[in-house]
Design a binder for this molecule. Structure first.
Ligand code: GAL
Length: 655
């Protein structure tokens, strides 16, 4: 009945509350036509399910789930708690979150609740109890979808309820107020606390705030929402054995949850991803996000819970997708480990804040390019279904950290122009251009199986995680580090005695002083590359100098160094310069690229398992590329792939 099990499922969010029952029937018929086989419902259902306090109304949801079930469509069931109904915030305005300036965020949008609010939790958990009890063993339900994008808008709440919860979290972490004082360096600016009750959330202040307090507030806020997730999960588990997840936001513009700590608690890791046209290279960012999501899933297949068929509505300029683009985006996700592709949303809304957001079924109906693109994707997924369950092959790891992101972009730092994610994207893009597939790992992860570890701009790292890297290099592993890495420990305390404290021995260098450049200024290197944003006065101890600056503030000072297998770039290298450095590291580490070198517009990734092997080729370029083999997408033996096309080559070794 479920044609894509096993296989790559095609799904979407469905918001039937916005439509009449007559439309539901048409919807389900069209879902069948499109091969949609996994539908998320009840994501924003609360005000319909509980129209007034304690009075539940399940008839509509019963009918929708029944209809989907009769039509062989599995349900990804929302717990419905993501956005509270107006009666709740009217009766209990204390659930509303506060921004960093202390002002209250009003209802009228969505997710207007404080993650620590006991009142919100009580009411939300009561709803979850009802939903889990009612549908916990419903044969249509394949997956539980807890809340929605937890922390998308409300991750950092600065209200007094949050302050009290923050104090509780700090007591757990530090036990003694003196330990907290030491960890936060409160001797600075007379900030020493004599009692826990004096501690507040880091609201906006007259001057720079304590960076260690801010980083702990981030940690607390991430843990607080994870605790909320656990609360819903515990209720679901009492009524249901069905797998549970929530949709992550591994994306460039949201950074408030440390998903390394969340991922182990998910039965399936799921991500929402939208092309972001505010970035220089949205497709490269998509590839990075997909690799990071696979990292969160421990290399196992994961689920794309949301993407857009065309334009979104929340960027300043919402570009649509050209024919073939949505298919390429989708195949990039699958190439990098997704086994389900879902969309926001099924039918484009006629009303509300998202009425200009694309959907699988557009306002204009089925006689449209957009609908035909959906059918094309569906057919492609049917053809490549046998790849499901295989895993991505990679010899290179890139270390990524949310903590480092939060702390590297603190208020007072050497250069506001340096942004963590940009440096991470640059390193990832250089590898992608070389045709090299990368696994993204957490600091402290076991990296022994990798030939090369890349550490871009990892400002904060704990002693244990640094030791792990140093040992890896000691055991013969190759390492490439870029500037502003290994500077502080997890208390945001500088590692004294020369930069970068965590890695200076393994890199064979000794940094004395940072010398950032003004945006728009460049320095030239002796190897012909250019550097921007950052330089530093450093000397080599055991490393050899690969390139020096020939101009700028530090002529003659090393800019790129190599200490055996360990490489360091002390400046933001231009695109080509970084690619060349990466090439040297990749070649000397003996890494074999999965595909040819390109400008990043030809992506090649291999998925394999138990003797099965598939080469994904996504050709974003305007030229055809040479690639030969049995292509599952076209069903033919091919020798080249046309501009804009995708192929999945079934490699030798398959049965
Ligand atoms: C996500 C959210 C969806 C929808 C979508 C629009 O953040 O989970 O409900 O709002 O964005 O792009």
């Amino acid at each position: 009945m479920f044609k894509r099990i096993p296989g790559i499922s095609l799904g979407c969010d469905y918001n039937p509350e916005q439509w009449s029952p007559g439309v539901w029937r048409e919807d389900v018929a069209l879902m069948r036509e499109a091969g949609v086989d996994l539908v998320a419902v009840n994501i924003f259902g609360w005000s319909n399910l509980e129209p007034s306090p304690g009075r539940y109304h399940f008839e509509d949801l019963d009918e929708v789930i029944g209809l989907l079930h009769e039509n062989g469509i599995r349900v990804n069931l929302g717990t419905g708690t993501s956005s509270p109904p107006p009666w709740l915030s009217s009766l209990h305005p204390e659930i509303l979150p506060a921004a960093a300036d202390g002002t209250i965020r009003f209802p009228g949008g969505r997710q207007a609740w404080c993650p620590s609010s006991p009142v919100f939790r009580e009411k939300a958990f009561a709803l979850v109890e009802q939903v889990a009890q009612r549908y916990g063993s419903h044969p249509a339900v394949a997956l539980w979808h807890v809340s929605n994008e937890l922390g998308c808008h409300n991750a950092l709440c600065y209200c007094q309820v949050s302050a009290e919860a923050f104090r509780g979290w700090l007591r757990e972490r530090y036990r003694k107020i003196e330990t907290l004082n030491e960890a936060w360096g409160t001797s600075f600016w007379s900030q020493r606390y004599s009692d826990w009750s004096e501690i507040q959330t880091p609201r906006l202040a007259l001057s720079l705030r304590n960076p260690a307090q801010i980083i702990d507030f981030h940690r607390f806020s991430s843990d607080e929402l994870l605790g909320y997730y656990r609360g819903e999960l515990e209720i679901i588990r009492r009524h249901s054995a069905i797998p549970t997840t929530t949709n992550f936001m591994v994306t460039a513009h949201i950074r408030n949850l440390d998903y390394w700590s969340w991922a182990p608690e998910m039965d399936v890791v799921a991500n929402d991803h939208y092309l972001d046209h505010r970035l220089g290279d949205p497709v490269a960012e998509l590839s990075f996000a997909a690799d990071l999501t696979r990292g969160l899933a421990g290399g196992k297949p994961w689920m794309l819970m949301e993407q857009a068929a065309g334009a979104v509505n929340w960027q300043p300029h919402n570009l649509t997708k050209a024919p073939g683009e949505m298919l390429r985006n989708s195949l990039t996700h699958v190439a990098r480990g997704a086994d389900s592709l879902c969309f926001f949303q099924w039918r484009a809304s006629a009303q509300g804040a998202e009425k200009f957001h694309s959907a699988l079924l557009p306002h204009a109906g089925t006689d449209t390019v957009a609908w035909r693109e959906v059918l094309r994707l569906s057919e492609t997924l049917d053809r490549i279904g046998e790849v499901a369950g295989t895993e991505v092959e990679s010899d290179v790891a890139l270390v990524f950290s949310w903590e480092s992101w939060w702390s590297a972009e603190g208020e007072a730092r050497p250069s506001q122009a340096v942004t963590y994610l940009d440096e991470v994207h640059r390193a990832h893009r250089a590898l992608r251009e070389l045709g090299v597939t990368v696994d993204i790992v957490a600091p402290g992860a076991d990296v022994e199986k990798y030939k090369l570890v890349v550490i871009p701009c990892l400002y904060m790292i704990s002693d244990e995680a640094a030791e792990n890297i140093n040992q890896y290099v000691g055991n013969g592993g190759s390492l490439l580090v870029t500037f502003f890495s290994g500077i502080v420990d997890e208390r945001d305390r500088i590692r004294l005695g020369g930069y970068p404290g965590a890695f200076k021995d393994v890199l064979g260098i000794h940094g004395e002083e940072f010398a950032p450049l003004l945006p728009g200024h460049e320095v030239t290197l002796s190897n012909g590359a250019t550097g921007s944003l950052w330089t530093e006065r450093l000397r080599t101890t055991t490393a050899e100098t690969i390139a020096t600056y020939t101009d700028g503030p530090l002529p003659g000072v090393p800019a790129i160094t190599r200490n055996g297998n360990a490489w360091y770039a002390a400046t933001q290298l231009d695109r080509r310069g970084l690619r060349e450095l990466m090439r040297s590291a990749v070649e000397s580490a003996g890494v074999t690229p999965a595909g040819p070198e390109s400008n990043g517009d030809v992506e090649v990734v291999r998925r394999s398992k138990d003797g099965r092997s598939y080469l994904f080729v996504v050709n974003h370029s305007a030229q055809s590329v040479q690639i030969a083999g049995e292509d599952l997408v076209s069903g033919k033996l091919i020798t080249e792939l046309k501009a804009g096309d995708v192929a999945v080559i079934r490699e030798a070794g398959n049965d």
